[in-house]
Design a protein around this ligand. Structure first.
Ligand code: ADP
Ligand code: MG
Length: 446
């Protein structure tokens, strides 16, 4: 088979058979073939969300299938379908991309879309927003450090970037660094191994502003904690601004050295709560304008009332709707929304599932869901697994043996054992008790 069009048709058919028609219609049918350049297949998708979704859920499925027909190694490049119809939006995007590139050249990796102008303020985030603004206006002078915490997808990264963007706009020469804690850790480990600690120290300790996102990541990483502690002290003594974000408050980051924990709370701690429905609707309004999506009021209301606790999900739904509507030429309606978003919308009445609990527990303990579901017996996985079993018993109607089945085929006595163990430990260990409460709240979505 040589003709690439023909290969693509076959590929798409084969993928359809593999992933099921619903997934196929939603995610694969809209992909357009652009061309084959030597070993690289160029494809067009409606937006970056498609690209990410396919890469997350079906990594490798396209190149693997194409390779079968072409009998050679193929890599895939996704191109985003250009918004040809709205020159104003395109102009803004080009401007943002230029700015992003210019900053990246200086080692500053900020998202140009995450600015204060695009951040909707409501009761849930008012305090964190005000603190962030104060810091952007007077870095190193207002509160130091600022520690922002809140659940997944509630705007922490957005606020951190907004602080960064505002500061470099006002004072272009500021030495600023935005880094997820994971990156800080990786750089630290790399520098240790490659005898580059001096460079690492110079880089981080000569900053004017250091923004570290998702700091909970350093729990259990003692070397990184030690280095961060010294970085912190060096910057703090020079009145340089430090901002941390985390998915939980300092007291729940564990294990971590007490001296570092106490540093987190030395300035101001601000939390972001789950937004109320009006705030969610306002966010949808702002985002749909930015993306050029016509979102009727009743759809906005429907989405905002159904998607409880994560603005990222809310946005993802909207983008999917926009893509669907632009591809089919249909206007967005509540009916269409229900049809398309069946799997994304978390139905209020829908009972909690063991899978859902496992997902949250794994996210919290930074483990893989496959591992918790497998027979694996290592210690580090045993504890999260016991917690997940305990929560499954407490929060679902599943029987003990049904629960056991979901954890690598354990029998009901293993589940009973886990439940008793966690129950006992909750009584004795205050920190664990708090963690479990936190997880329950999160899983229930409030
Ligand atoms: P977190 O870092 O807390 O997990 P993000 O900052 O990545 O969450 O936010 C997820 C998405 O929700 C982003 O696209 C962000 O722009 C959007 N978002 C969150 N809060 C707001 C808000 N108050 N106004 C506008 N967009 C928001
Ligand atoms: Mg984030």
């Amino acid at each position: 088979m040589n003709n690439i069009e023909e290969v693509w048709t076959k590929t798409i058919e084969a993928i359809g058979a593999k992933v099921g028609s619903q997934t196929f219609d939603l995610w694969f049918r809209p992909i357009r073939l652009v061309e084959l350049q030597e070993q690289q297949l160029v494809l067009e998708v409606p937006n970056k969300f498609f690209k990410e979704w396919i890469e997350d859920h079906f990594p490798g499925v396209i190149p693997e299938t194409v390779e079968k027909f072409l009998k050679k190694n193929i890599s895939v490049k996704f191109r985003i379908f250009e918004k040809k119809d709205d020159p104003a939006l395109k102009k803004i995007e080009t401007k943002q991309e230029n700015r992003r590139a210019k900053l990246a050249n200086r080692g500053i990796f900020l998202n140009p879309k995450f600015v204060f102008d695009t951040f909707v303020v409501g009761a849930s985030n008012q305090f964190a927003h005000a603190a962030a603004r104060a810091i952007a206006d007077a870095p190193g002078k207002a509160y130091n450090p600022l520690f922002i915490f809140g659940g997944v997808g509630l705007g922490k990264t957005h606020l951190m970037n907004a602080i960064g963007n505002k500061i470099v706009d006002k004072q272009p020469n500021t030495r600023l660094m935005y880094a997820p804690a994971e990156q800080f850790t990786n750089e630290f480990v790399y520098s240790m191994r490659n005898d580059k600690m001096d460079e690492f120290k110079t880089k981080y300790r000569s900053l004017d502003v250091l923004l570290i996102d998702d700091i909970q990541f350093i729990a259990g990483k003692s070397g990184t904690q030690e280095e961060l502690f010294h970085t912190f002290n060096a910057l703090y003594d020079l009145h340089k601004q430090i901002v941390f974000s985390s998915d939980r408050p300092p007291r729940d980051i564990s294990p971590i050295t007490e001296r570092l924990r106490s540093r987190f709370g030395m300035g101001l701690i601000a939390d972001i709560q789950i937004p109320d429905i009006e705030t969610k609707i306002a966010i949808l309004g702002k985002k749909s304008d930015m993306e050029g999506i016509q979102l009727p009021e009743d759809v906005s209301y429907f989405l905002a009332s159904r998607i409880k606790s994560n603005i990222r999900d809310l946005e993802a739904c909207m983008i999917r709707l926009g893509a669907h509507s632009s591809l089919t030429g249909r206007t967005i309606t509540v009916e269409m929304t229900k049809e398309i978003l069946r799997d994304l919308i978390h139905d209020e009445e829908k009972a909690l599932t063991v899978d859902y609990i496992q997902k949250h527990v794994c996210e919290y303990f930074d483990k893989k869901v496959q591992d918790i579901k497998a027979k694996k017996r290592t210690r580090d996985i045993a504890f999260p697994r016991q917690i997940a079993m305990y929560l499954s018993k407490a929060l679902t109607d599943c029987s003990l043996s049904e629960i056991g089945k979901n954890f690598g085929g354990k029998d009901h006595s293993t589940v009973i054992h886990a439940c008793k163990l966690i129950e006992e430990r909750r009584k004795k260990d205050e920190e664990l008790d708090r963690k479990v409460d936190y997880l329950i709240k999160k899983i229930k979505g409030n």
